[in-house]
Design a protein around this ligand. Structure first.
Ligand code: ZN
Length: 81
């Protein structure tokens, strides 16, 4: 009986690197249209590669300056040389 739904998907906050249940994290996706910042994806359903942060102020502040996504978003307009 307890077996059902026991697996909780975990994701790592890209800022503090803590692993948390996906539902506790905020999702961002690769920017489009020349934007230089990740796009928040509050519903967590947008297609594309996702990045997660926890909802701590610290992490939310740092996501604006987080650049680790640049390499991971390549294939789009962000082929950084
Ligand atoms: Zn965090």
């Amino acid at each position: 009986m307890v077996q059902k739904n026991r697996h909780i998907p975990m994701r790592t906050c890209v800022i503090c690197r803590n692993r948390k249940p996906k539902i506790m994290l905020l999702r961002y996706i690769c920017p489009r249209n020349q934007q230089k910042e990740l796009i928040p994806d509050p519903k967590g359903t947008a297609p594309g590669r996702g990045f997660y942060t926890c909802n701590k102020d610290e992490c939310l502040k740092k996501i604006g300056r987080f650049r680790g996504w640049i390499h991971k978003c390549k294939g789009g307009i962000y082929n950084v040389r």
